[in-house]
Structures are given as C-alpha cells and as structure tokens.
Ligand binder design. Structure first.
Ligand code: NAD
Length: 277
C-alpha cells in the first residue's frame, strides 16, 4: 500500500484527487490549514488529517517525518488571482516559502519516491493556440510569478535528491467543491438565485476547462506511469471555451434564455486574469 500525502488536500482539486486515490485503497494523509479548503470535502479519519499552515516549517517537518510518505502531492497554495493581487506578499510567501518548507521536509525522508507539484497555465502569456509544454513562460501577475518560482524549486529539489518529480501545469478546473468564485461558480450562483439577466465582467477571454475528476485521474495516471527523472506536463482538455459558450451551456441545461449584462467594474478585475488559477 502506498502512503500518499496531499498538501492542500481539503481544497477543490485536492478533494477530487483524494476521492480518486481512495478507490485504489492507498493510505492518504492530508495537510491543509483550511484557509480556503473544507474538512467536510474529505472522508478520511481525523488521525490522517493535519490542520497545519505550510509556513510553519518546524511543525510541517515534524508531521511529514512522522507520516513518512511514499508520494507527496503538493497542491497547497493561494491561487485565486484577485486574492493574490490584493495580498501579494501573503500569497507569494505561501506559494514560495511554503513550497520551500515542504521540500525541505521532504529531502530527509527515507521512503519518498515521488513528488508532484501543481503548477499553473497562468505562467504562460495569453495565447491564441493550444499551449505546448515548450511554450516560453511569461506570467502576467504575482500568482503566476510565485508558481514560476515553484518550478525552479522543484528542479533544484530533483537535482539534490534524484527523487522522481512531476510538475504539472493545470489549466482551468471546474467541478464540485469549488471554493473560489471563478467564472462557472459565479454564473451558477447568479442563476441559482433565480436571475436570468446575469452580470459578468470581461467576455473576451477563452479558457481551457478541465473537470476536476479528469484532472484527478490524470494526476494519478502520471504518478503511476512515470518513475524517474523530472517531467513537466500541461494538463487541460485542449479545447477553448469563451464566456458566452459557458453561458450557452447553462441555457441548454436550464432550457431558458440567459441575458448577459457587462458589469464594467468587473471588467478591469477580470482583465488581470486571463487564466483562472
Ligand atoms: N483551480 C484551478 O483552476 C487551478 C489551475 C491551475 C493550478 N491550480 C493549482 O492547483 C492547486 C490546487 O488548487 P485548487 O483549485 O484546489 O485551490 P483551493 O484553494 O481549492 O485549494 C488549495 C488548498 O490549499 C490550502 N492552503 C492554502 N494555504 C495554505 C497554507 N498556508 N497551509 C496549508 N494549506 C493551505 C487551502 O486551504 C486549500 O484547501 C494549487 O496549487 C493551484 O495553484 C489550480
């Protein structure tokens, strides 16, 4: 049985990943400070759940040594771009120093075989075409920059330890347990409140959406399939959807027409985030 530690496991992608791993009967441990996540998303016993801030290097080291995992899936981060823009120091500190703390604790583990790091498509500039792994990075905001630093940290970790490392750039996740008000939950919130004229920001961006269940399957597949070295993957569906496409899908599901009213105050905010996270 593989012992798997998921940091940020109580979040949106983490909870889907854990549900997928549970199907194979592995031992799953979670470290999450519940700043954005929710304990109720998980069906693991309390002894396997550690409510802990990854900025607490000493506490983190102690817990990780005690768990002694075979795999670490490092998802804990602040990734909601408007929040990152409002709290640049706090969010980049968690994304960079928090990652350093996880890696420092991981370096002295005896049994660790795999390290998985959730990177983001937000490290790329805005592109019209599908984005290959070889695309030059050029993040547009502090969140993307903090994640770019994470890639360098992972490269260094692999060079120092030779532990198999996977860096996976997620495109836009959607699915249950979304804790941040990205596009789809925001439309859903307004539609569920009975509105049929909804207010949105910038209608121009197109996004590559991937369901968290598919993402979770892909994460486990990548971890099972590759065994050595350092690998970098882009994880998306390869298809782009505009805001209007998404609203149309809501119309199809509802069987009712939805009118979009552009809220200028949201446009400036959404311009800063060509990718959700
Ligand atoms: N959601 C997306 O579309 C998307 C896209 C690209 C990359 N990502 C990356 O995937 C990972 C998971 O994202 P998500 O959408 O599940 O986000 P999320 O906010 O739902 O989950 C992140 C989890 O990390 C926890 N966390 C935050 N700060 C912490 C800290 N200091 N100590 C311990 N735990 C902390 C939160 O409580 C939360 O449960 C992140 O690394 C994110 O950058 C997400």
């Amino acid at each position: 049985m593989t012992k798997i530690l998921v940091t940020g496991g109580a979040g949106f992608i983490g909870s889907a990943t854990i549900a997928e791993v549970q199907k194979s009967g592995h031992d799953i441990y979670v470290i999450d400070d519940l700043s954005f996540g929710n304990r109720d998303f998980l069906t693991i016993p309390d002894t396997y759940f550690h409510q802990l801030d990854i900025l607490n290097g000493h506490g983190l080291n102690e817990v990780i040594q005690k768990i002694d995992p075979d795999w670490i899936i490092h998802l804990a981060a602040i990734h909601f771009i408007p929040y990152c823009n409002q709290h640049p120091l706090k969010s980049s500190n968690i994304n960079i120093q928090g990652t350093i703390n996880v890696l420092n604790a991981a370096k002295s583990l005896k049994n660790l075989k795999k390290m998985f790091f959730a990177w983001t498509a937000a490290v790329y500039p805005i592109c019209e075409d599908p984005i290959p792994e070889t695309q030059q990075t050029n993040p547009l905001h502090i969140y993307g920059l903090s994640k770019l630093a994470g890639e360098h940290l992972m490269n260094e970790f692999h060079l120092q330890t030779s532990i198999h490392t996977i860096i996976c750039k997620f495109f836009n996740a959607f699915g249950p347990n979304e804790v941040n008000l990205h596009l789809i939950p925001e439309i859903q919130r307004q539609v569920n409140s009975g509105l049929r004229t909804i207010e949105l920001g910038n209608l121009e961006p197109k996004r590559d959406f991937i369901h968290t269940y598919d993402m979770a399957r892909a994460i486990i597949m990548l971890l099972n399939k590759f065994d050595s070295g350092i690998d970098v993957f882009n994880l998306g569906s390869g298809q782009e959807y505009s805001v209007i496409d998404v609203v149309k899908e809501f119309e199809n599901q509802l069987g009712e027409e939805i009118t979009i009213k552009v809220d200028r105050s949201r446009v400036e905010k959404s311009r800063a985030k060509a990718f959700t996270g």
